[in-house]
Every structure is written in structure tokens, then in C-alpha cells.
Design a protein around this ligand. Structure first.
Ligand code: ADP
Ligand code: AMP
Length: 214
């Protein structure tokens, strides 16, 4: 099963993608996590990506597409994968379609996690991330057991630089300009499904399972 998670930053794509990956036994591929791991490890890609991410801008397609195309060709992706945060532009979606076409494949589902902008500001302001293992929490909706400590690995949880209020507005406008057109792109392909992302996390997941099948 090959799935794309669509939705604004902070809509809950990562939260749902992790659960999808666990239930359907497919890898969760988050370009944001890949960039953050590169930043942490001080790689050239990380240094380049950080300049864009800190401003709430998108990392250029030429730095993003190849890394995803390489990743989806790895062995663990042969039964499918769930893409989280990619594609974010029409050229990225076209690059993905072209790469899959070469191996006579297509995406199966594009799931739009629909959350209005007014909820997003609270979602991102309350998000806490573990930059060590990638786990995410919310101070109100999904708090850590011990304040400020990751439940999974015990490292510190932080407010991401790009979740600060001044960057959130920029990311939302980038989303509306560059990423939202993908909703029509996948509607035209007949694979778009929408879920109400304002529901509690478990209910959103139940709705997604109803779409993907048990
Ligand atoms: P995205 O991957 O789309 O950027 P996340 O999955 O990281 O978004 O979710 C953003 C924040 O909102 C996180 O702090 C997460 O814990 C919280 N969150 C996710 N889904 C829900 C939900 N259905 N209700 C309330 N909070 C949620
Ligand atoms: P995310 O963790 O998905 O919210 O992504 C964090 C940031 O990483 C984004 O605001 C972008 O700067 C960058 N990023 C992640 N995925 C992509 C992508 N597919 N294309 C361009 N930039 C991306």
C-alpha cells in the first residue's frame, strides 16, 4: 500500500503516519525528519536545508526529490510506504509519479488531514518534538509522561524553531500557495480521500483505517 499524507503543517500527518506504518507494516518516510536528522548530524544537506527550514520556506525540489526517490527504492519499501511531508509541490508530485511509472506503479491513496488554519496555530505552538528519536507530543492533547522528557528515549523535548509563532504564519502561507494545489492534483487522479483532522487523534485514525481497510 503506497500512501501520501496531505495537510497543513501541524495537521497531524506525522501522528497518523506513524500509526499507519505500525498497523500496515510499511515504512514511514518523513522528509522533515530526514532533514532534521541531517541537521543534527551536520551534513552538507542538513546545512543547506536548515537555511530554508528556519525561515519557514520549502527546501528546493532539487534537494528533496532525489532523496525521496532513493528512499522509496530501498528494499523495505517493496510492500509500500507512507509519505509524510512529501510531495509538497506539484513538481515533487510529478517527480514521484514519473519515478513510479518507470517501475509500472502508482500511488494508492492521498489522505488529506483537513484542519482549518485557526486550529493549526495552537497545534504547532503546543507541539513538542524529540530531536533525538523524532517522537512528537502536544502539551495539551498528547503530553509526555514526565514534563520535557521524551517517553520513548528520555531525551529533552523542545519547541521546534520553525514552530515559533513568527514562522508558523509563513509556513501556513507557503502551504496554501504551494502545497494545497496537490489536493486537486490527487482528486484528478481519483485517489484523494479526506478526513476531519479536528477530531481527537484516535478518531482520525479510525476514519483512516475505514478508508484503507482492516
Ligand atoms: P504534522 O506532521 O502534520 O506537521 P503532527 O503530527 O506533528 O503534524 O501534529 C502537530 C501537533 O498536533 C502535535 O503536537 C500533535 O501531538 C498534535 N496533534 C496531532 N493530531 C491531533 C489531533 N487529532 N488532535 C489534537 N492534537 C493533535
Ligand atoms: P515537516 O516536519 O514536514 O513539518 O517539515 C519541516 C520543514 O522541512 C518544512 O517547513 C520545509 O522547510 C522542510 N521540508 C520538509 N519536507 C519538504 C518537502 N517535501 N519539500 C520542501 N521542503 C520540505
Amino acid at each position: 500500500m503506497k500512501i501520501i499524507m496531505l495537510g497543513a503543517p501541524g495537521a497531524g500527518k506525522g501522528t497518523q503516519a506513524k500509526q499507519i506504518a505500525a498497523k500496515y507494516q510499511i515504512p514511514h518516510i518523513s522528509t522533515g525528519d530526514i532533514f532534521r536528522a541531517n541537521i543534527k548530524n551536520g551534513t552538507e544537506l542538513g546545512k543547506k536545508a536548515k537555511t530554508y527550514m528556519d525561515q519557514g520556506a520549502l527546501v528546493p525540489d532539487e534537494l528533496t526529490c532525489d532523496l525521496v526517490m532513493d528512499r522509496i527504492q530501498q528494499d523495505d519499501c517493496k510492500n509500500g510506504f507512507v509519505l509524510d511531508g512529501f510531495p509538497r509541490t506539484i513538481p515533487q508530485a510529478q517527480a514521484l509519479d514519473a519515478a513510479l511509472k518507470k517501475i509500472s506503479q502508482t500511488m494508492d491513496f492521498a489522505i488529506d488531514v483537513d484542519v482549518p488554519d485557526e486550529n493549526i496555530v495552537n497545534r504547532m505552538g503546543g507541539r513538542r518534538a524529540c530531536l533525538n528519536c523524532g517522537a512528537t507530543y502536544h502539551i495539551e492533547f498528547n503530553p509526555t509522561k514526565t514534563e520535557g522528557k521524551c517517553d520513548v528515549c528520555g531525551n529533552e523535548t523542545v519547541l521546534r524553531d520553525d514552530d515559533k509563532p513568527e514562522t508558523v504564519q509563513k509556513r501556513l502561507s507557503v502551504y496554501h500557495e504551494q502545497t494545497q494545489p496537490l489536493i486537486d492534483y490527487y482528486k484528478n487522479q481519483g485517489i484523494l480521500k479526506s478526513v476531519d483532522g479536528t477530531k481527537p487523534m484516535d478518531d482520525v485514525f479510525t476514519d483512516i483505517v475505514a478508508i484503507l481497510g482492516e
